[in-house]
Ligand binder design. Structure first.
Ligand SMILES: C[S@@+](CC[C@H](N)C(=O)[O-])C[C@H]1O[C@@H](n2cnc3c(N)ncnc32)[C@H](O)[C@@H]1O
Length: 232
């Protein structure tokens, strides 16, 4: 007899799972209309302009993995670099909220989400409201350039998701790293496909004295997992 299907989102309310399925389908439909130039040609500003009305959501399997990893590590304070319409944020919020419930004792869950484009931020909020208080209630959305918005009010970060244009990966990491607790996890998307764009980030993270251990996970286009293990 075949075993039951895998269940990475076991326990998540059905209405949130169906919102996630719908949003992933919308994102994939948009992406099927895009080509490589849309993602890379013309520099940062041009890419941002073309992506202003696009989801470009983290793929479902990666998002489910991130959810499981955040649950496994008990992450309560999570930073998301690149929120767009808020799909991956839903997974992060579900994980942080579940971890806070399990920890008990009034532990607070917080997902610091970041988005440059006000219209994208508005759409993200609408998706979170549709999920309900369990999701919307733990998200602290900061609208604007994250190089500014992450400077304040950030403590004891357990988990950082880098799902952002590659030139922003290292600057973001350098803002967040001083706030990370030992054992904090950093996930960066598409590190095989966009290895050139990530060159400065990967060189920094993989240098022998970085304090991070690093591994590329075999998801489509690569998913870099780094764990902050400073000597002291
Ligand atoms: C790949 S998308 C994020 C997708 C999202 N994580 C998801 O799974 O739904 C990257 C987002 O980063 C935003 N972004 C790019 N540069 C930024 C910056 N400097 N500050 C804040 N947001 C930025 C873009 O507007 C874009 O919406």
């Amino acid at each position: 007899m075949a075993p039951p299907p895998q269940n990475p989102m076991q326990g998540v309310p059905e209405h949130i799972r169906s919102i996630l399925a719908r949003l992933h389908a919308e994102s994939l439909a948009q992406e099927s209309q895009l080509n490589t130039d849309d993602f890379f040609a013309g520099g940062e500003q041009a890419v941002a302009r073309r992506m202003r009305d696009k989801f470009i959501a983290l793929e479902e399997d990666k998002a489910q993995y991130v959810y499981g990893l955040a649950r496994a590590t008990g992450a309560l304070v999570i930073v998301e670099a690149g929120t767009s319409f808020g799909v991956s944020t839903i997974y992060l919020a579900l994980a942080a909220a579940a971890n806070a419930r399990r920890a008990g004792g009034g532990q607070e869950a917080r997902v610091v989400a970041t988005e440059h484009e006000p219209e994208k931020a508005r759409r993200a909020r609408a998706h979170w409201d549709e999920c309900g208080e369990e999701v919307s209630g733990v998200i602290d959305l900061r609208v604007g350039d994250l190089r500014e918005t992450l400077k304040e009010d950030l403590e004891r970060v357990d988990f950082l998701l880098l799902d952002i244009w590659t030139p922003m990966a290292l600057p973001t990491l350098k803002i967040v790293q001083p706030k990370m607790r030992p054992g904090a996890v950093v996930i960066a998307d598409n590190t095989i496909m966009a290895a050139e764009g990530y060159a400065d980030y990967l060189t920094y993270m993989r240098s022998p004295d970085s304090g991070f251990i690093n591994m590329t996970l075999p998801f489509k286009n690569g998913l870099e997992m780094s764990i902050y293990c400073p000597e002291k």
